[in-house]
Design a protein around this ligand. Sequence first.
Ligand code: UT7
Length: 335
Amino acid sequence: MIKAAITAVGGYVPDYILTNDELSTMVETNDEWITSRTGIKERRILKGEGKGLSDMCVPAIEELLKKRGITAKDLDMVIVGTITGDYGFPSSSNVICDKIGAVNAWGYDLSAACSGFIYALATGAQFIETGRYKKVLIVGADKMSSIIDYTDRATCIIFGDGAGAVLLEPTEEDLGVQDFILKADGAGRNYLCMPAGGSMMPATHESVDARKHYVSQEGQAVFKFAVKGMADVSAELMEKNKLTADDINWLVPHQANKRIVDATASRINLTDEKKIMMNIEKYGNTTAGTIPLLLWDYEKQLKKGDNLIISAFGGGFTWGSVWVKWAYDGNKYGK
Ligand code: UT7
């Protein structure tokens, strides 16, 4: 049976670092509050007129292609998990394929907020497992600074910008995407959303003045759903596949809040902190970008055959967990 193996990783974060101290000059907050409530110390911001999502995705993908020793012409498909594409339409996949020269690829954007990358990973794996395609690129990226209200202290401290990508290729070995459980509950849509800019409330002077084109979040409610959702689905996937914490080499959790990650680890009895990938302190919550950016940061430490439980929870609500067996020794590429 053909499985979809991750064969390379690429990432990109913008140079500009927005620290907790700088945020405390913009809104009523402080480093101690942000650090203790979220684990975040700083986040990256894409600055510059006319710069959009694709300006982060292109360097991430170019790094990946170089490492893997292939060109963009070799790609069959590009799926982009994001909620902050360059345009409402066309898709960022179209823009990215044009910019990198992926003339033989097609693709689309997939909207699942913080679960965008795992939804895209599970989707892309199907095109490999059926034998139809040989090289499917999965991108997770968001330019959250484009939809954040920097006068709202409840949201502006959390989010940042960043992009990551993985390449899926077929393998006959028992490696790659093994199983997943993905969930959705649209009844949660109002707890975390961007109210205007869609067809229900198109942009008007009034909608802009009312600050409706920014992320709106009921933090406490989302927190409760996220803790339960991410923890339960991770446990469910492991039980389904008869995996215990001892079998898991890495928990790869969406970086929304360190307290949500701790609760997930505790629910699956993962007590060894060294097995939990974390980089929230330096990038914050990059929405669909967090998981590929974790893989990018930890790639060197990964070994062929490692069991990864990748879990996320996000707006929608959307959530889920993917079990991946890592397909190569990460230090083969360096960084
Ligand atoms: O990734 C997609 C899914 N999103 C999430 O998973 C986010 C889930 N939610 C959270 O991570 C947390 O709810 C937050 C980090 C957003 C907020 O943390 P919290 O512990 O739930 O704080 P809270 O909203 O209950 O607020 C506690 C207090 C309030 O003051 P009072 O009413 O107790 O006087 C807030 O006004 O903290 C105040 N507060 C702040 N204080 C300083 C809220 N934001 C700030 C701030 N700095 N930035």
